[in-house]
Write a protein that binds this ligand. Sequence first.
Ligand code: SAM
Ligand code: SF4
Ligand code: F3S
Length: 480
Amino acid sequence: MLDFVKAKEHDEARQGEAFAGNALADSQNKKLFYIESYGCAMNFADSEVVASILHENGFGATTDFTQADLIFINTCSIREKAEQTVRRRLTEFRKAKKRNPGMLVGVLGCMAERLKAQFLEEEKLVDLVVGPDAYRTLPGLIEEAETGQKAVNVLLSRDETYADISPIRLNSNGVTAFVSIMRGCNNMCSFCVVPFTRGRERSRDAHSIINECKALFDEGYREVTLLGQNVDSYYWVDEQKDERITFAMLMEQVALISPLLRVRFSTSHPKDITDEVLHTIAKYENICNYIHLPVQSGSSRILQLMNRTYSREWYITKVNRIKELIPDCGLSTDMIAGFCTETEEDHQQSLSLLEYCKYDLAYMYFYSERPGTLAARRFEDDVPLDVKKRRLQEMIDLHRIHSLQSMQRDVGKTFKILVEGSSKKNEDELFGRTDQNKVVVFAKGNIKPGQYVYTKINSCTAGTLIGEVIPAADKRPIIN
Ligand code: SAM
Ligand code: SF4
Ligand code: F3S
């Protein structure tokens, strides 16, 4: 599961996965909660904060929603399809509630924030609606809902970062973990609902981030992914100590915890990623050579309408700079097909940008108008659905060629990988990831998750490298 989340951490609209806390063993005689999350990695990280708040307040966890006293669904609004998925899931919970009328159903996250109390009108069996900045008030809201009242808190905050809360890792593999370093977004991309559902950008206290990463390392975790909608604009100021911490400085401090702790991050914005960040990635072996750099469109005209504040040329210059400073850097992106007014020529520019960048991975979507966004207010959603879908398919087909070529280029090379767990297809095999975030599958032998091993790649599929473990002494030629 975490594998799914990790591989598709920007891919909210492809089925959100159910996950529930199995980390809390001491559930006897307690009221039990069940939590299921949809959307981006930040939402999954938030569910771990929610689990911690509930645990502190005497609730136990269950992985079976039919046994729960409280069902929470942590929701995503990024595209219409993401919201439809949540509505379908709520009908399942409704059936469970009919069988057990004492059960409470709570909607958390971005859809709660977007629809607010309207949710209670639309979904009569929902008892609580709680936005992403209001999770500390959950215990009080639950008490309120237990008296039969509907409980709502969707207040957004300018300073809530949940810095002092130690998340309870849900469905963890014990090797990799997400760490939120900031919340919200100030960018106002015209297509995007996130600034409305998550509020203003704020950075979390750097010391609390480093302490959380140290604690994870001490517990045996070997990889942290630092999370934010725009990590490059992380900036934390400690007035008392006159300390100013940029994202590059934060990443460096996390990397210095131990050379055995891998550091990843997501998401970078092309307008904000700096040379300081690139030099820091290049300097530390344990900061992974992998950057997710969403472009959204290859047409400067469309980028302007999207309010992305960079042009095609600016983006290409950034990609060139990445390749110059970190020659073996893995690169991935997000792209939208069929944004308002997009012509065939604009679409061809997106295809040619894909051709230029030859991404290792790309998450691609057709444009889905979101109520209240700048685009919904200013522009007509005028590209017909069949055209959007055809353009999206052309982008996917082209990217498939590039991703297969990217995998094939690795055959014959040797990579240091961090072992994450058992392969889903074969229990005699394990899988791990290269620095560049590619999955490698290999025979288990005596190897355990959390170890680093060198693997020589013998073959590949479109999504997986197939390798064999080699002794460290035979590890040339080496890629990290
Ligand atoms: N903050 C990141 C960024 O700037 O790229 C990620 C934002 S969003 C959580 C993930 C991706 O969803 C975006 O990069 C974009 O490609 C896609 N997306 C956002 N709004 C969309 C919409 N209205 N329709 C289709 N795709 C959308
Ligand atoms: Fe949305 Fe743009 Fe912020 Fe990303 S940077 S979350 S796409 S507004
Ligand atoms: Fe979805 Fe909210 Fe994340 S809209 S993508 S869960 S920030």
